[in-house]
Design a protein around this ligand. Structure first.
Ligand code: HEC
Ligand code: HEC
Ligand code: HEC
Ligand code: HEC
Length: 464
């Protein structure tokens, strides 16, 4: 696990992005749309790339930029990561992972292609479709072809509407829950073929998977949120996107954990769902040893017991306390109850997971209709490092989420016009210091991390 990952570098660039206004997310039904788009023919990136379509060299399109392919391919940045997703399977690191797993060539193994390509069944691949395109346009936007009913021909027709495209299988990525769900299929895991990166794959050397919906959306963005976009789809509220991303991620984790096939491995629960560093610590058993674990008030589990991954639970609690105080107490009770139930047995754990998932869904519903005002954004940033929540940063993953949240929320305030870019300049160095405190997982120290995060959030609070 090397030091700085790509997203940490991308974050510095994000600071330069501003100008999006404030609004609310879309509202169409994610599940229905997913079902709609799942059986279409995927026509392949080549079919999207005409110079009159998305293959222009300059972003001079009348409605959309039309240089989307170039952005999707951008060689030196995260914007182009999806076009490289297949080719990484041909490189040395993947060969090494595949050898450890004994799966042969990773570039033809379902276990890898499920997330590193648009891995639809052969019957759904059109004549110009190629797996080697990696995560192509239709892996996110939905299959465009299929007899007379696809959205390919209609989506550029004059007078056509977004909802008409969606009814023909275009996936509604403008809807925060639908988008989160699609990204999480690969940026956490899903039930689709080859879409689960379990602990065996991690132990073979797969990089750890980090995700935050708002931040990662911006890092791969290939559209302009201009007036025309706003008229067609509404404006993005970045704080809302962050909050819904947290709720959907927890929902996904619990859904997969309660799935018998994915949630267990031999006599054990699947380790992927647990906080890596609650198992991967060094042992000091000499007479002067001090334990390396730090007590965590949010996890009522016995000493020596690994903890379920709770990064999204911590963030959600911070958001809930501000946006939906009436649900916050129930959510906190259910998350503690879930941790405790895991120490009792699988069936108690599965039952408690169901309750916690309902709480997370109730929060997602509340977030979908909330306005996330300037004042609430400041209050969430404050909550993330408040006395009630900071003691829960005892391990690496939750701490990474906290820094990403602070960074995302500050960027959202700038893009809302709630604070000026000029006034946040000095705070970037505090945020970078918080990133530095999580740049190397094995050098993570809870107390130092909390101090660094606290400096960043109190600097932000002074902008109010
Ligand atoms: C659940 C989806 C999923 C599965 C399954 C999966 N990967 Fe990945 N892989 C990812 C994601 C997401 C990333 C990017 C991680 C990040 O930066 O947050 C990634 C990153 C990588 C990287 C690092 C790429 C780079 O640019 O440095 C390699 C190598 C890799 N995967 C190989 C594999 C191999 C080999 C398999 C099959 C054994 C596999 N992956 C299975 C989702 C997956
Ligand atoms: C990783 C997922 C992903 C991939 C891959 C992807 N997109 Fe997108 N795309 C999005 C998201 C998210 C948005 C913003 C939400 C929206 O407007 O639907 C978007 C927006 C767009 C828009 C602007 C839509 C509008 O209404 O203004 C166009 C055009 C577009 N994408 C084309 C493409 C093309 C062409 C490709 C392939 C070269 C591609 N996308 C690949 C996720 C993706
Ligand atoms: C079909 C699987 C798949 C889907 C769906 C998907 N991704 Fe990815 N994404 C990947 C893989 C695999 C990588 C790693 C590629 C690499 O490193 O070469 C990646 C990389 C990225 C990166 C670069 C990360 C880094 O560390 O540089 C960003 C940002 C990203 N994805 C955002 C998104 C967003 C936002 C969505 C949803 C709109 C999404 N992705 C949907 C598979 C997917
Ligand atoms: C419940 C305990 C537990 C959790 C949680 C856990 N692991 Fe492991 N991990 C193990 C065990 C046991 C091994 C096997 C150690 C051995 O073979 O010596 C292992 C092995 C590994 C290895 C191979 C190390 C080596 O030297 O061979 C890696 C890498 C790894 N885990 C990464 C992770 C990551 C990343 C996470 C979080 C997503 C994680 N683990 C979560 C228990 C755990």
């Amino acid at each position: 696990m090397s030091g700085k990952t790509n997203w940490m570098i991308g974050l510095a660039l994000l600071a330069a992005l501003a100008g999006f206004l404030f609004g609310t997310g879309g509202s169409s039904d994610a599940t229905a749309a997913a079902a709609q788009s799942s059986s279409r023919t995927h026509v392949g990136v080549a079919s999207c790339g005409g110079t009159t379509c998305h293959g222009r060299q300059e972003a001079d399109g009348e409605i959309v930029r039309q240089d989307e392919i170039m952005r999707w391919q951008e060689p030196s940045s995260a914007t182009g990561a999806h076009s490289r997703a297949y080719s990484v399977l041909t490189q040395a690191r993947s060969q090494h992972i595949a050898r450890e797993l004994g799966i042969g060539n990773p570039a033809s193994a379902a276990m890898c292609l499920g997330c590193h390509a648009d891995y639809v069944p052969a019957t759904q691949r059109g004549p110009r479709f190629q797996l080697s395109d990696g995560v192509g346009c239709e892996a996110c936007h939905g299959g465009a072809g299929g007899r007379s009913t696809g959205w390919l021909a209609s989506h550029y027709a004059v007078g056509n509407s977004h909802s008409a495209n969606v009814s023909r299988g275009l996936y509604p990525l403008d809807n925060p829950r639908a988008r989160a769900s699609r990204c999480l299929d690969c940026h956490f895991g899903g039930t689709g073929e080859g879409q689960f990166v379990n602990h065996r794959i991690m132990a073979a050397g797969h990089p750890r998977i980090v995700f935050e919906l708002d931040l990662f959306s911006t890092l791969q963005q290939h559209h302009d949120e201009d007036a025309d976009y706003a008229r067609r789809k509404g404006r993005t509220n970045h704080v809302q996107l962050w909050a819904i991303g947290q709720a959907t991620a927890l929902d996904r984790s619990l859904t997969l954990f309660t799935n018998q096939r994915l949630g267990t491995e031999g006599i054990f629960p699947e380790f992927y769902f647990f906080d890596c560093h609650t198992c991967h610590r060094r042992i000091y058993d000499n007479p002067n040893a001090r334990p390396t674990g730090v007590a965590n008030p949010g996890r009522p589990i016995p000493n020596g017991f690994p903890s379920y991954q709770d990064e999204n639970m911590i963030m959600l609690w911070a958001a809930a306390r501000v946006i939906a105080p009436g649900l916050a107490e129930r959510f906190d009770r259910d998350s503690r109850g879930f941790h405790a139930a895991l120490a009792q047995g699988r069936s108690a754990g599965v039952e408690a997971a169901g309750r916690l998932r309902e709480s997370a869904r109730a929060l997602a519903n509340a977030f979908a209709s909330a306005s996330f005002s300037r004042q609430q954004s400041f209050a969430i940033i404050d909550a993330v490092s408040s006395g009630a929540i900071a003691p829960r940063y005892t391990d690496y993953e939750g701490s990474v989420q906290a820094v990403m949240a602070t960074d995302t929320l500050l960027n959202a305030l700038v893009s809302q016009g709630a604070v000026s870019e000029g006034s946040v300049g000095g705070i970037r160095s505090d945020i970078n210091a918080a990133y530095a405190a999580v740049s190397e997982p094995n050098a993570y120290r809870p107390a130092e991390f909390r101090a660094a995060l606290g400096r960043a959030t109190s600097a932000i609070a002074r902008l109010q």
